[in-house]
Design a protein around this ligand. Sequence first.
Ligand SMILES: *Cc1c(COP(=O)(O)O)cnc(C)c1O
Length: 414
Amino acid sequence: MTEVTDRTNFFEGHDPRELVAKYGSPLYVYSEKTLRLRCREMVSLSSCPNVIVNYAVKANTNLTLLKIARECGCRADISSMGEAVAAMEAGFRPDEMLFMVNNVSADELSFAVEKGITVCVDSLTQLATLGRLNPGGKVAVRFNSGVGGGHHENVVTGGDGTKFGIMPDKIAMVKLLAKQNNLKIAGITHHIGSQNWGDLYLAGVDAILKIAREFSDLEFIDFGGGFAIPYNKQNGEKPLDLRALSSALDSKLFDFNKEYGKSVNFIIEPGRYIAAECGVLLGTVHSVKSNNTKNFAGTDLGFSVFKRPTVYDAHHDIEIYRGQSAASTKTKNVNIVGNQCESGDYIAKERELPELFDGDIIGVLDAGAYGYSMSCQYNFRPRPAEVLIQLDKSVKLIRRRDNFTDMLANMVGL
Ligand SMILES: *Cc1c(COP(=O)(O)O)cnc(C)c1O
């Protein structure tokens, strides 16, 4: 049950059980090698020279990973003031960031203006607010191009019925408001959603390029993120066909370059594609039982540690790390659950896995994106530590586990 991480030599010879013994459980483990590989794939996705990769910082905000992504040539897509602060701390300059705002306060907008970060608004009212705060400045506008898709309703961010973007029938209003507020529209963007395979993404590219033709003086056109990763590797799911995507994208971009008559940058905003596969979440089985028809393995991987199964009903492959001598060939249908006081607290449902025992160390694969960044302290549990397996194979602690002093510190007035 370790063939996926064995195939890429994810742990570089380290025994996950020893990592847990040293750094505690649960533990997020990242592979620098995998992170760099995924960054490189995105940076070289298109042979069109004017393509920029803005890594979506919300997928994983660890400073060490951000710094590596920047070294690999990524810029930053940020969605809050906090993410801007983290990105700057990791070395990104304000002119390397695009702030994708959704219902943010005037304070957050002022912060961006002060720092010189380009803001991308996604409503007419926020366009007017920004105009008031930054007269004579630049702005980007997020449209809802009508294309949307994703692995779960909660991640579809384009098309009818989502809260994001401005509908294309408001283009005239956008132009008028920008003019009234003395703002230059430097770029347009959209983001269709997450976990999309090539075709829908390309349909989205066509849709936003169509909107771009309505603007004569753009500096950039941003196609958003949402590239899919194979979460079902144990069942043989194949990765995104980058070569096919790349050639289809290239022909669109070269054509548009010719047609537009002015040099314009194209931006892609991958989050999950860059961060998901470089992370494995390790946890410990603390209890096994059968309640009538269902078998449960109870772990320390509650949804405060890893939310994707609970929030999106997401599938993550599970590995079991156990010495060869203790290997069990008997499989069992099992529900892997967490330690939180909620019945929606699960990691994997109805999986056929080798029988699990107390003390087993398990790994949740592809946990690098929307793992730690969505974790919380529910049940007043400390968030886990994060370690990085570096290129030289050594292991470095890159975030320590919360402790109770940290957790109590913000509560005042007792
Ligand atoms: C979340 C987000 C992304 C990244 O999405 P992934 O599915 O992780 O690639 C990109 N752009 C915007 C505006 C986002 O909100």
